[in-house]
Design a binder for this molecule. Structure first.
Ligand code: ZN
Length: 426
């Protein structure tokens, strides 16, 4: 049995070659592979459907694309790397010289071996992405044959959805984008972690219901929001997952609310993790938290990532590949998110049943930890904090933060006090 990090990396490896986009066969194939792992349902929304201020676009599919020289050699070959075609390129078959072709070529001169990733979803155009080195090999007087065998037709936007019902109908939303082609960290790492999270939670007793969304970026989240206004009031917490496999420390981006329970839970877990990490405020760009946190929804949805949107050289280039994502980083991302979910699941608010003076704790059969003196002292402090702040106004997470104690210590203290009837649920 492989460790979890390698399992996650294996799924990324399997999905990596597929040419995904915001619609089309590659997106469907990706969702079918996810459906082999967890029982998502596929939703198909027809082109032309109004979704908030947007319209579901025509479906894009691509079979092949190339730039050939006069000898017929494929100098730029979609079959070797799907990033070579500007995603959503309209079909073209033509002969042209370099001067004319150049208007449709994109490179990264600062990283001459890398191929950029570009899209043109909402403006009809075509183009090729190639490395600066490949561009330098093209000659001015040569006649090039250019072909993009794509289609842009009325069809569907596809997304995947899984609801894991819990004891409560209140929901935790977990969303990731599934529209990027061969890019490993920026989208496949989020997908892999979300799949594993769903599998683990599917086998666990759950207080909350969990809704997993595998959606094309922006238009997918907007389409889901437009179709699910009745679900939105049930969403109590949410996370957008992205870029979870690189070696940067974990960054949590707060929801627009800034002090939602998910914001406090994530900050708490990171603070007590002993690892380098960062918590940053919401801003209205990045990933689909932009949609979930738009003012008309203002959902308590944060974003968890390692490398930040647009903030690393490999971002949206061929260097965001299978070597850029590491099993250990994927495993640590998953375990951190599970720790946050554990806080959400266990966080409650209690009332002290003997609030006048401290109870005489020695008279109660309180569970003593088997730990060392420092741990026993921490447990005793936790009992006192829980008793003092369980006035119905403070959740266990708030008590843990006030006391600067790990959530688990405070939760265990509360369970002990509950067992001897010193606490009651609010
Ligand atoms: Zn991206």
């Amino acid at each position: 049995m492989k460790d979890i990090g390698h399992q996650l990396h294996d799924l990324i490896r399997r999905l990596y070659p597929i040419c995904r986009s915001i619609t089309g066969a590659g997106l469907r194939e990706t969702l079918h592979i996810i459906r082999e792992q967890i029982p998502i349902e596929l939703r198909e929304v027809p082109s032309g459907t109004q979704a908030l201020d947007w319209i579901v676009p025509r479906e894009w599919n691509i079979r092949d694309a190339w730039i050939k020289n006069s000898a017929g050699d494929r100098l730029v070959d979609f079959r070797k790397l799907n990033l070579h075609v500007v995603n959503y390129s309209v079909p073209i078959k033509a002969r042209m010289q370099l001067a004319e072709l150049k208007e449709h070529l994109f490179t990264l001169p600062e990283h001459p071996e890398w191929v950029p990733y570009r899209t043109s979803y909402y403006k009809e155009s075509w183009g090729f992405c190639l490395s600066e080195q490949e561009l330098q090999r093209l000659r001015a007087n040569e006649d090039y044959e250019v072909c993009i065998d794509s289609s842009l037709k009325d069809g569907y936007l596809t997304y995947g959805e899984l609801l894991l019902p819990g004891d409560s109908t209140e929901e935790v939303l977990v969303s990731c984008h599934v529209c990027h082609p061969s890019l490993a960290d920026d989208n496949l790492s989020g997908i892999a972690v979300a799949v594993e999270l769903a599998r683990i939670l599917g086998q666990t007793a759950r207080r909350y219901s969990y809704r997993f969304l595998f959606v094309p970026g922006t238009i997918g989240a907007i389409t889901w929001l437009a179709r699910n206004e009745q679900v939105i009031p049930r969403i109590r917490h949410g996370l957008v997952l992205t870029c979870l496999g690189d070696q940067s420390p974990i960054t949590y981006k707060r929801s627009r609310r800034g002090n939602a329970e998910i914001d406090r839970a994530f900050a708490h877990v990171l603070r007590h993790s002993g690892q380098r990490s960062d918590v940053i405020d919401f801003f209205p760009y990045g990933y689909d938290e932009r949609q979930y946190c738009s003012p008309g929804f203002n959902l308590p949805v944060g974003c968890v990532m390692r490398a930040r949107h647009g903030g690393f050289p490999e971002y949206h280039t061929s260097a965001d590949n299978l070597d850029f994502v590491r099993p250990e980083a994927l495993a640590e991302s998953l375990s951190t998110i599970l720790a946050v979910i554990d806080v959400l699941e266990q966080n409650r608010t209690y009332l002290n049943r003997k609030p006048k003076g401290e109870p005489q704790l020695g008279r109660y059969d309180l569970i003593k930890s088997a730990g060392n003196e420092k741990e026993r002292r921490m447990d005793e402090l936790a009992l006192l904090w829980v008793l003092n702040l369980s006035d119905g106004e403070h959740s266990l997470l708030e008590i843990a933060d006030h006391a600067n104690l790990p959530f688990a210590t405070v939760k265990d203290a509360a369970l002990s006090l509950l067992a001897v009837n010193l606490l009651t649920p609010r």
